[in-house]
Ligand binder design. Sequence first.
Ligand SMILES: Nc1ncnc2c1ncn2[C@@H]1O[C@H](COP(=O)(O)OP(=O)(O)OP(=O)(O)O)[C@@H](O)[C@H]1O
Ligand SMILES: [Mg+2]
Length: 899
Amino acid sequence: MTTPMRSQYLALKKQYPDIILLFRLGDFYETFDDDAKIVAAVCDVVLTSRPVGGDERVPLAGVPYHAIDGYVARLIAAGHKVAIAEQIGTEPPKGEKIVPRVVRRVVTPGTLVEPGLLADKQNNYVASLVLDGNRAGLAHADITTGEFATTEMQVSGTDGQELVRRAVEELGRLAPAELLYPAKDPRWSARGPAQDDQARADGLPPQIGQAYHLTPYAAWRFEEATARAALLEHFHAASLQSFGCDDSPLAVRAAGGLLQYLQETQKDNLPQLVSLRTYSTGEFMVLDEATRRNLELTAGLRGGTAQGSLLGVIDMTLTPMGGRLLRQRLNQPLLDMAAIEARLDAVAFWQVDALRRAELRELLRGLGDLERWTNRCVQGIALPRDLLGIRAALGRVEQIAALVDSYSSQAAGLLGDALQPGRAAARPAFDLTPLPDLAQLLADAIAEDPPATLASSGVIRAGYSQQLDGIHLATRDARTWIAGLESAERQRTGIKSLKVGYNKVFGYYIEVSQANAALVPADYIRKQTLVNAERYITPELKEYEALVLNAEERILELEGQLYRQVLGQVAAAAARLLAAARALAELDVSAALAEVAAAHRYVRPAIADDGVIDIKDGRHPVVERLLQGEPFTPNDAALTPEESIVVLTGPNMSGKSTWIRQVALITLLAQIGSFVPARAAHIGVVDRIFTRIGASDEIARGQSTFMVEMVETANILHHATSRSLLILDEIGRGTSTYDGLAIAWAVVEYIHNHPELRAKTLFATHYHELTDLAERLPHVVNYSVAVAEQGDSVVFLHKIVPGAADRSYGVHVARLAGLPRPVVTRAQEILADLEASGAAGPRRSGIGQPMLFQLPLFSAEDPIIAELKVLDVNALSPLAALNKLYELQQRSRAGEGEP
Ligand SMILES: Nc1ncnc2c1ncn2[C@@H]1O[C@H](COP(=O)(O)OP(=O)(O)OP(=O)(O)O)[C@@H](O)[C@H]1O
Ligand SMILES: [Mg+2]
């Protein structure tokens, strides 16, 4: 025989076999059976057991309801999904033994809404990917902001690899917290090796599998008819035409599947998804994952935070909405010149006038997350403090709208590309109209300092509801009476230590210590005996108590009702609130970029379509901030169709990598519509930036250093166009010198000679041989980094100058790095030897002459063997060969070549 509770639990659990079920029981969320074991281990709580009828006991682990967020976070971080079952009401319905319970929400990595679990300035996306032949659909949503978008990709022919690569690129930009894919046998099980196997079996390519938290979701949900129907129903639309994806079946399938998943986890509570945006990845500059990482756009190479990244330098936004928008823009630079100019106009507007900018930024500071608060109202989960946030933000909106209005004549393009109709990059509704009605409602309805949750009364302001005020008034006398009871009874009985207290079990009581028990008057009724005291009640006290407690219950209920009404009214205004939030985000980003420009001396780039990049006195935005005390040396850069490939040589530590990256970062900044760190910059729009940075280890991915390098290089050569910018830092370094040099040489030749390629290329290298290329190929130029030698030591000037470098100064850097003195000295000796023998040094023999590949690395190699190696056997007559053999034998007998 099982208890009714157990039956109820098992029935719910059956619907969520692979998910941890948190079952609300009073002040706790309890878990049972295997779930309990997991929760105990992951959350560090005690594992106990509970009788479930008969002699049976099952494992039990519980967490207090008020601390649920933290525990959910730990479970999610450990790779689990969590279903939260709440009680409906407090009393069992007639004829039932227990309170009914339902699962209100399933929490997964991509569907978190708890503010404590989310990063302010980062979207939390859940994405879905459908691959089908030569097409793919990729949708993403952020339920905390209401963003919902989808795209379709197509490759010609059946190049599956190419399609996967593009999907990986787009996923790299979105960095979703969770990724859905169609699965034959869906299970929402914890992340682990079994799951990866399943993903493989379902046809998900390995590049995608390992990088994301995967959720296999029923394949039929992604079928076109089902997906389309789900979208149409959710949006109450007759066709998908207005969403732009009517003719993109894969986009529809990805979006529809994702929508159904969200409906399932959010229990249909998705009013925040008001629209679906269909976009094309072709509107934006393409940045593959390696390039994002190498250029350290949003995370430094060490440690995954924004610190030390480009975002870390330029993110001076003051609101979470602005922070999220800036991050999105950084990940999606534009291609359309007019759109870029419009953003630059907005930045310029705030940049020219520091006072005006300060005024706006003062109003944005501390304004808070209007976007997420609004969505919490729409979802019906907003807490009183969220409403206070909205109320305060609305006051700011009014002031900011007035400020913007006062400039409106001068600032047609003030709000960036958002106001330009028909822009693919434009965001939906954007409007900074104040909402005084809503501000007034919140001011009237919500108390000045409300409790954190609705569990206590006091959320609704006095004067808002006559009914509520009436209840308070009616019980005021009773409250005053109880409040005065202690002193009144002390006087009556003469017991100085008499106390009036309250607990949940007995309600109000009068407590008298044992020592004074004799003084207790006859009308006291004893209720409870403690070690040192007795607790009493009186009939009168109970009467007043009933009044107060009944009232309290009614107050809580009424406040709950009123509160939900208010939430409903806020939710009804959500479209306007979200439009205002977007407008604030736009303003915040423009003003922040203006602030960066002013603080760090950035200039407005000239945007062009001529394939020319011409930067005067450019600086690396991140390195210049990290140098402490030392000034950063600015450098020019010029890439034109005539001189499109730069081979950069120079000593170690001189600034080669810094320079080639800074050209890429300046170009990218220009195309997100930011000013750039330079004295002047002319940027011909670039369709993609590729980077190949030597020797980064990716052991975790199961590929060797050199393999990764070659895969990335192949990717570049396959996909670069004449409008691309290539940053090649020491390619070929991961293998033997000659192999590496040969590959590097061939790569440059290929880029140069390929009829459609000739991409703008910056190639930093230690292979001095590559400088010969400039003599052979008309569009290749040499640059190097200047150094000054002072006696024995070397000074790096970090100045990029025309011409090739002559030395590497590697040994010098080795000394600076603190290699033991004997090692440095010995290295200097070897280097001198090598240079003397011609094996190293300023200009080694050029490529094309067979000598290059025959040079021994160490002159200590046996000369006989060396000679044998270069011997052209085919060119020898039999007699000459015999003579040679005889000569070599004689020489070896004479002891030559012995160690
Ligand atoms: N323009 C500059 N002005 C001032 N300091 C610079 C400049 N460029 C680089 N540096 C400093 O020199 C350091 C080394 O630069 P970088 O990594 O670019 O050298 P590199 O030539 O690529 O060296 P290697 O050949 O060893 O890869 C930087 O970390 C920075 O501190
Ligand atoms: Mg370098």
